[in-house]
Design a protein around this ligand. Structure first.
Ligand code: GCW
Length: 696
């Protein structure tokens, strides 16, 4: 963290109590040999060798950066040889042949790291595998976990591991809390290439292989990246990401054919529209031959889409997919279709039904190069929601789960909120659609996956980075970006394991690392306690989405969240209520609908209850609401104490900037506590059983 751009690649010498490199290993690390064959099967030889060479360069960079070791690099071909005292980086098949080894197959983008007495071998299944093996090796070295004579084999759980930017081309970022865009300024692509390369490294180091660079709310149809005005510059940006194994995607505006004034319609079934997109795709791919495709938000929050023409989302997505098909491009179509015109008087309308209602009937009607991108919860990235019923229910359509790393509803990178905490819950959610129906078991591709009835091809998540010196505004929010990448790679990793890795890489193995670890793991429950009672979300200030406003969205067309009245709170989503629970597999539908079985942290999401409802701890619901507000505030006081205890062990700038945020968080927690408690006291007329002052 001394170099503002470096994030979790740290100078290991600055840590107290840091593992030192074992002497034998230090010798081996002096020379690095990249095995680059004269030809590679398949196309794009240049691109593939570029990734392979980058892998070797990254290893050198890491050794220098973390250990001040200057290794020399040599490049060698496929001819057979015997192993000597060096690091070898290459394709597994080549290494096996060259050295008569027997390294096992690991799956696409995977790697084997083998440490012998005389060599360190990083064998990628493919070029990306080499790159990921290099980063893993550096991380293991840094964590002191690369033991002698070991063999580690890993491969990612799923093929698509993507970051979505909500960056606007004017340089602002929708829901961005870490400064302005890395890519855009003043309606142009405008960036520091070194910064972009550092960012690419950051993402690749945790296995990210795709990035969409512009906001899904494209809005300004006159300024579209898919025009020649921009494509040359987009191509230059793509070239920086390419050797890091990261392919670009572009968010497109469905109305572009008329937005660009070529046609008077964007009807997906109009042959002229299909032809327009085909030509446009041809043009785009002349500039960026390896573009991963288009990301689309349609018919949602004012964005145009097929509904305008009475067409389905299948019609829209398939038309675009046909245009991208000749170029091996994909359409990623978001399921956040939300043009809700909620009328709070009509209790039968329930916005959380939307994704399932819109997309389940279309399952099986999408082209094979379409993926649906489904927000993890049915509402909108609230602190606590159930996992959306579409997972496990989509049986014939490839899809992705969408997470949000940027902390829109989770503290906006002012409040500390370690997101893998909730992601672990999500990954462990059992869809109950099959014997192995947990989300983490649904990842994958190919037969194994088809048998299980789903095609979860990976994750996409909204980025939390911007031009702020430390990437993420709140230094500790870097853990969320790191954690997201690790989870894409291995969805069964626990939040605690990820935290231990990140703090180890960022703060070494001393007191600071332990303290930060503890803070991360305590942060989510703290935030949940002061802001979102028992699954009732949305109590936020409209538009900014920061700070408390219990009825902020309640009587709004984008409402409603909790339907609070003087005598009750929560939404009845049972079959007798909005019926939302019936979208789940029967086992889950029964569990959520039954008060006794419904998890308490989702109680008010699924049920409408009187304030004197008795919770499991014997206290009333209202008393629990009061108590948790106080506890949330106290939990932030504790976070501050932990942080104060490591003053002097860290870089002063990092200490002070996190400290300043923690103090703002405390004020924020206090506001949440007081506003909510006052609200409930006034609404119900029932005071705190413990006699505390609940309104000031
Ligand atoms: O949570 C909401 C955000 C919008 C966002 C939308 C979406 C990009 O408040 O800012 O728009 O979700 O996911 O499309």
């Amino acid at each position: 963290m001394t170099n503002e751009y470096d994030c979790w690649f740290q100078d290991r010498r600055s840590f107290t109590g840091n593992e030192t490199l074992k002497a034998g290993l230090r010798e081996i690390l002096r020379t690095v040999t990249a095995i680059v064959p004269g030809s590679l099967p398949g196309e794009a030889f240049e691109e593939r060798t570029a990734i392979l060479r980058q892998a070797a360069m990254e290893f050198l960079w890491g050794l220098k950066k973390c250990y001040n070791l200057s290794a020399s690099l040599s490049v060698s071909g496929e001819e057979s040889a015997s192993i000597s005292n060096t690091v070898y980086i290459g394709l597994r098949s080549n290494l096996n042949k060259k050295f008569s080894l027997n390294l096992p197959a690991v799956g696409a983008e995977g790697f084997v790291i083998k440490v012998t007495k005389t060599a360190l071998i990083i064998a990628g299944e493919d070029e990306r595998g080499c790159l990921y093996g290099v980063y893993r090796c550096l991380a293991l070295l840094a964590l002191g976990k690369l033991a002698a004579e070991t063999e580690i084999a890993e491969a990612p759980a799923a093929p698509i591991r993507m970051i979505n930017h909500w960056d606007n081309i004017d340089g602002s970022i929708e829901r961005g809390y870490a400064g302005r865009s890395l890519f855009f300024n003043n309606d142009r692509l405008d960036y520091d290439p070194q910064r972009i390369a550092d960012y690419a490294r950051l993402l690749a180091s945790v296995g990210i292989n795709r990035i969409s660079i512009n906001n899904v709310n494209v809005r300004r149809a006159a300024k579209l990246l898919i025009t020649e005005e921009y494509l040359g510059d987009v191509a230059k940006l793509a070239a920086i990401f390419r050797p890091f194994g990261i392919r670009l995607m572009l968010s497109i505006n469905f109305s572009a054919p008329y937005g660009l004034k070529d046609l008077d319609t964007a009807d997906p079934l109009d042959a002229r529209v299909a032809e327009w997109w085909k030509k446009r795709a041809d043009l785009i791919y002349r500039y960026i031959p390896d573009l991963a495709g288009f990301l689309v938000k349609a018919d949602s929050e004012g964005e145009p889409g097929p509904f305008q023409y009475g067409r389905t989302h299948g019609d829209g997505a398939n038309m675009l997919a046909a245009a991208l098909k000749p170029h091996n491009g994909e359409v990623i179509w978001r399921c956040f279709v939300y043009n809700s015109a909620q009328d709070w008087r009509d209790r039968s309308v329930d916005r959380v039904r939307a994704a399932y209602d819109n997309f389940k009937p279309l399952d099986g009607s999408f082209a094979d190069n379409v993926l649906l991108q489904v927000k993890w919860g049915p509402m909108d990235f609230q602190l606590r929601e159930p996992v959306t019923p579409l997972f496990g229910a989509l049986k014939k359509t490839r899809h992705l789960m969408e997470l949000q790393i940027t902390q829109e509803y989770t503290g906006q990178q002012i409040d500390l909120c370690y997101l893998p905490y909730i992601w672990e819950d999500i990954m462990n959610f059992d869809t109950a659609h099959s014997e192995h129906g947990k989300i983490k078991e649904l990842f994958g591709s190919g037969d194994r996956h088809l048998l299980q009835g789903g095609l979860l091809q990976g994750l996409a998540a909204i980025s939390n980075v911007g031009l702020d010196g430390n990437w993420t505004g709140h230094t500790l929010a870097q853990a969320n970006l790191y954690g997201y990448g690790r989870l894409c790679w291995d969805p069964s990793l626990s939040a605690a394991a990820i935290a231990a890795e990140w703090t180890g890489l960022s703060f070494g193995s001393g007191k600071a690392a332990d303290a930060v670890n503890e803070m991360l793991l305590k942060s989510y429950p703290a935030l949940e306690k002061y802001s979102a009672p028992f699954g009732a979300g949305g109590m936020i200030t409209p538009h900014s989405h920061y700070g408390p406003n219990v009825e902020g969205y309640e009587y709004d067309r984008w409402g409603d969240y909790h339907r609070i009245t003087w005598d009750r709170i929560g939404i009845d989503r049972s079959p007798q209520g909005t019926g939302y629970v019936t979208q789940y597999a029967p086992k889950n539908a029964a569990r959520f609908a039954d008060l006794a079985q419904c998890p308490e942290n989702l109680l008010l999401f699924f049920h409408r209850l009187p304030y004197d409802y008795k919770m499991k701890n014997g206290q009333t619901l209202l008393q629990n609401i009061y108590d948790t507000r106080f506890e949330g505030y106290e939990a932030v006081e504790e976070l501050i104490k932990i942080w104060e205890s490591i003053k002097g062990t860290l870089n002063a700038d990092v200490y002070e900037s996190v400290y300043a945020r923690l103090k703002r968080q405390l004020a924020n927690a206090r506001e949440w506590r007081d506003v909510l408690n006052t609200y409930f006291w006034r609404k119900t007329g029932i005071g705190d059983a413990k006699g505390r002052t609940i309104y000031e």
